[in-house]
Design a protein around this ligand. Sequence first.
Ligand SMILES: [Zn+2]
Length: 103
Amino acid sequence: MEKRFIVPYDQTLDSNFYMCRGCRTHIALIKDSILTHKRFGAVLLKHADNLVIENPEDYVDIVCITVAFVYCGECTMYLGWKCVDIVDGPSDLFQEGKIALYL
Ligand SMILES: [Zn+2]
């Protein structure tokens, strides 16, 4: 994993975004969330910033999807995973590029 340049979001009264729970780096805009699962404390996003994604040799196959674990680009805390491949084709919910973060 290589560290990335950190992109801060504009902080205005009407901007809402998720931050890393470890260092408060801006991670994703709430408007980019697709689904929030309160029981699992997770949110599914179509886009996120300031993440580092593990190398392809470390991808993990879970049932019919392949995921890459994602970490904060600033403090490298584990934050969730990104869908990198779907075996049976994309579903309505899981598609390549979608990111699940644990809040
Ligand atoms: Zn962090």
